[in-house]
Design a protein. Sequence first.
Length: 185
Amino acid sequence: MQDHIDRVLIDRHTIAARVREMAEQIAADFRAAEGGCDPVHITIVPILTGSLIFLADLIRHLPLMMQIKLVTVSSYPGKSTSSQGVELQGQLPEDLTGHHILIVDDILDSGRTIKFVTDLIAARGPASVRSCMLLRKQIPSAINTHADYIGFEVPDEFVVGYGLDYDGFYRNLPEVVVLKKEVFA
Ligand code: 5GP
Ligand code: MG
């Protein structure tokens, strides 16, 4: 697997430091929104499968009362490296009335996934909805899509690792990397 890597974009130490920083910011913002009251109860909605590793690291730095409601969305099935349209797999909780929601996803690209999930959640009566993405591609569609928290900007390339896959593989790489061209051949 290591010999499939063309180059490392973000190493594990840089990711760890930034994830901790993001969690501190998120916790401070949720507390401030509640007028400084503690504990604040929040509902995390991770978009699976790509957000899995990010989610696990992020929430361990979030000292808030939280519930987790998983949602699975697929837009890059199999060997695709461009979006094939957003599809919801499984069910989103019907009633989110009064919940303070934090959507967590791996990467902001076309913006379709986050818009799709945000709209679904907004229709279920939450008190507030925020979104948190580990990565954002430096392309207009991503930059022009609203997100409350962004970990890192990445170039417009297909990246894997730290939860992100190609054809289901490479999620366990601890870094965010670009694969060699021949892997896609
Ligand atoms: P969007 O809907 O913003 O186009 O894309 C978001 C989803 O597409 C992400 O949650 C992720 O699953 C997938 N995606 C977008 N860009 C990449 C990429 O560079 N690498 C991988 N592995 N997945 C990506
Ligand atoms: Mg995803």
